[in-house]
Design a protein around this ligand. Structure first.
Ligand SMILES: [Zn+2]
Length: 430
């Protein structure tokens, strides 16, 4: 084995207990949206101990709201804290084959609500370890990633490594609700030659993400007593026409779009209706149906183009129905409006993650796109920073009851990340 990998691997293994304890502590801080402060201070203390001079960045509405990627997540802008630490380059910068490159390791501290706590086998904030898994809300999504980021640095420091370019450690808030935290770091000017976001990808290398737009459609009808139905118009029946048009749009978009990074060609940026409300009385013909849902944005597609595709699909339903022609449904776009994002697979950070993964773990990683939104789009579209998702844990565990993460993956992630730092940033062991 390559001697650098050998010593990184042994060093991370010797830190296992400390890593598990740190991850458990992070989970025990119930960092729900707007309540991340204690967890962020805990994280900042750790960065301070590593000599990474953490800065606390407050997210302010005034600074963000004019930004095109700003999404108001309705969490009060009150003490919303992000942490950025910097492991400053002190290594040799000359005589290297590649110029030293700076690197951001990014993760989010916010977690989604627990749902009914009585469904959990133990407290969602236990951080309990059983058979190699650590349990609790946020364990997988994504305090495991935040832990791997920090311990990659700690392991290298213990080995006397000095990077030739800065490594930034970012712990942000607001990712689950639209990315206010990472946007704050971008607006405040934090940049690097690449960013790795250690979201739970099962250590797959994911440089592409779909986007998502939240919509509401109001379909009209005309109310009348059910016994007079032919003289009214059922909004539920009219909605059915609209729904068919949307389903057809979803099918067609996936037939026309090709992206080999997605495993399932029919599920890249799906359209899903999440709520439906219509009618108010069993024997009244309903006069309105209101549905809300999510329209996926294909990687590379502009948000306006996706919105236009939806409007055109609804217009097709309208065109074949005399009542709808005179009473067209209204489409509203509200809350989350998230772009897709992508880093070309030829970018050095993508190949570097793949190579380092293969060298450290002895097997190739999977290169793939993800169907969910993440902060990747903020780096690629607004920070001009090539970014990739790569981290421990399985997205299938995220947001679940009894969420857990496999600790072996957390250790593996720390090893690969440490090795990436040595290769990407350059540096020397002294
Ligand atoms: Zn996440």
């Amino acid at each position: 084995m390559n001697p650098t990998i050998q010593k990184i691997s042994e060093q991370v293994d010797s830190l296992r207990h400390e890593m598990v304890a740190f991850l458990a502590h992070l989970v025990q801080h119930s960092s729900l949206p707007g309540k991340e402060q204690a967890a962020q201070h805990f994280y900042a203390e750790k960065l301070k101990a590593l000599g990474c001079a953490p800065e606390i960045l407050t997210s302010n509405r005034e600074e963000l709201e004019a930004h095109p990627a700003f999404c108001d997540d309705l969490v009060p802008f009150d003490n919303r804290l992000n942490v950025v630490g910097r492991w400053t380059a002190t290594g040799n910068k000359s005589g290297k084959r590649d110029a030293p490159r700076t690197l951001i390791l990014n993760g989010h501290m916010d977690v989604v609500p627990t749902g009914r706590e009585d469904l959990w086998s133990a407290s969602p904030w236990s951080g309990e370890v059983k058979e190699g898994k650590l349990y609790g809300r946020g364990s997988c999504d994504m305090k495991a990633g935040l832990t791997a980021n920090v311990f990659a640095v700690q392991a290298l420091q213990a080995l006397g490594f000095r990077p030739s370019a800065d490594v930034l450690l970012e712990s942000v808030i607001g990712e689950e609700s639209g990315g206010v935290g990472t946007l704050t770091t971008i607006v405040k000017g934090f940049k690097a030659d690449a960013a790795i976001i250690t979201e739970p990808t099962c250590l797959h290398a994911c440089p592409v993400q779909s986007g998502a737009l939240t919509f509401r459609i109001k379909v009209p009808g005309r109310a009348i007593h059910a016994c007079m139905k032919p003289q009214g118009v059922s909004a539920i029946e009219k909605f059915y026409l609209v729904q068919q048009a949307i389903q057809e749009l979803d099918r067609r978009r996936h037939v026309q779009y090709k992206n080999h990074l997605y495993e399932d060609a029919h599920n890249i940026a799906p359209i899903s209706i999440g709520t439906i409300h219509g009618g108010d009385w069993p024997s009244t013909v309903p006069d309105e149906v209101i549905v809300e849902g999510r329209l996926g944005v294909l990687p590379g597609e502009k948000m306006d183009d996706a919105r236009r595709a939806m409007s055109a699909a609804v217009a097709r339903a309208v065109a074949v129905d005399p009542f709808l022609k005179g009473h067209p449904p209204k489409i509203e776009w509200f809350e989350g409006q998230f772009e897709s994002g992508q880093t070309p697979v030829t970018e050095p950070i993508v190949t570097s993650v793949q190579q380092c993964h293969a060298e450290v773990l002895g097997r190739a990683t999977v290169l793939q796109g993800v169907t969910y939104g993440s902060d990747l789009r903020l780096f690629t579209n607004h920070g001009q920073v090539p970014a990739i998702l790569y981290g421990p844990g399985n997205i299938a565990q995220a947001h679940t009851v009894d969420e857990w993460v496999d600790l072996r993956e957390v250790f593996s992630a720390a090893k690969v990340l440490a090795y990436i730092i040595t290769q990407w940033c350059g540096g020397e062991f002294v």
